[in-house]
Design a protein. Structure first.
Length: 385
């Protein structure tokens, strides 16, 4: 039977591959999955069940539950310091669905999208499914994993439609500072481009809440923000996200969402309404825990010969440079599983410039992290002799 060449060209998730390899062994410690190890706070679960019993189990509008949209409008307007009206918000089936909808809405086949390396690997699949073309702009360890605005501008052609940014970043934990966001916003406005800003880790930020490019002057007309309840509220399995931006874009995204999935899960949307009432101290406690784990891992890695790290300012990842040890990150990760039963993600899926790196997810408790670092240190010691 014929299979689309477009689909065949996609690779399976490397994280999935590493997990499948690890399944052959016992006593494995996984630093591979980017999912909070916290459970969804009980009040969110209880309110969702209560609303389900009251009958909130039917289709919602393709744009989303009006109560959730209204509540998000109030929250976003307060956080960003500018009005985000309900008309400019759509509820999505997680942030991944938001990205897919955005790319299909904003690009025709052959259009180009500027992607900053290192980048979340799944971006490439969604770009491919939209029949668009990625144009990569490396940042790199020595630049603190921050893009140079001149490199972004140099990558723009007549076919460019989107500049894609991610802050706090997966895999590096880099937070793009406000001054750099302003420079990127100036480029977007000058070339009449849309900045799609993936901000799913915005509340897991270690030096105050990460700035959003949407708050830059005039960017309500040029920025589409993708966000989610998954990371902030430990709601990965509920699959509910949201996007906000120019109303003409949101109106067209409703079409894509309607035909692709009808609507986001009604019960999950009720859970999201409850999540927005979560006290800030609960969110901060989770973020502080991730920061402590990241600091632990960075301190251990910095003491290992041949390993370089940039201390993250957000998310729960550490992106370690092992290029002085090997540039074969996939083989490094496979050997680490086989010899020490530790899962990391090799660097190459995050961009061609990332081959000599590995991603570590600090989503297990500190005791397990210490054990994983002991095993990694032992693994590296064997390779030095």
């Amino acid at each position: 039977m014929y299979i689309s060449k477009n689909i065949e060209s996609l690779r399976y998730s490397v994280i999935r591959e590493m997990s499948q390899v690890a399944a052959q062994y016992e006593n494995v410690i996984s630093l591979g999955i980017g999912e909070p190890d916290f459970h969804t706070p009980a009040p969110i679960i209880e309110k969702a069940f209560e609303d389900a019993r009251k009958g909130h189990t039917h289709y919602t509008h393709a744009k989303g539950d009006p109560q959730l949209i209204e509540k998000l409008s109030v929250r976003l307007s307060k956080d960003l310091g500018k009005i985000v009206p309900p008309e400019c918000i759509i509820i999505t089936h997680g942030a991944m669905n938001g990205l897919a909808n955005a790319f299909r809405t904003l690009m025709d086949p052959g259009d180009e999208i500027i992607v900053i390396e290192p980048h979340f690997p799944d971006y490439l699949a969604h770009i491919t499914l939209a029949h668009a073309v990625p144009k990569y702009v490396p940042s790199g360890f020595d630049k603190g994993f921050l893009p140079d605005p001149a490199d972004i501008e140099a990558a723009i052609t007549t076919e460019t439609k989107i500049i894609l940014i991610n802050s706090p970043n997966n895999p590096t934990g880099t937070v793009v500072p406000k001054r750099l966001l302003e420079e990127i916003s100036d480029i977007a406005k000058a070339h009449d481009l849309c900045v799609v800003s993936d901000e799913v880790y915005d509340r897991i930020s270690f030096e105050g809440r990460a700035a959003s490019i949407y708050s830059c002057p005039g960017m309500e007309n040029h920025a589409l923000v993708i966000n989610s309840f998954s990371k902030t509220y430990a709601m990965t399995g509920w699959r509910v996200g949201f996007a906000y931006g120019p109303q003409p874009v949101i109106d067209q995204m409703v079409k894509v969402g309607n035909y692709a999935m009808a609507c986001a899960c009604s019960v999950s949307q009720r859970a999201a309404i409850a999540a927005l009432d979560t006290p800030d101290e609960v969110i901060k406690e989770m973020s502080d825990t991730f920061e402590q784990r990241v600091e632990l891992v960075c301190s251990r890695l910095e003491a290992m010969p041949g390993v370089r790290v940039r201390r993250p300012k957000g998310s729960f990842y550490v992106f370690a440079d092992i290029s002085s040890i090997t540039n074969q990150s996939r083989q490094f990760a496979l050997d680490l599983i086989k010899e020490e039963k530790v899962v990391v993600v090799p660097g190459y899926p995050f961009g061609l410039s990332c081959e000599g790196c590995i991603r570590i997810a600090c989503t297990i408790n500190s005791e397990q992290l210490c054990e994983a670092m002991d095993r990694l240190e032992r693994f590296l010691a064997v390779r030095r002799h």
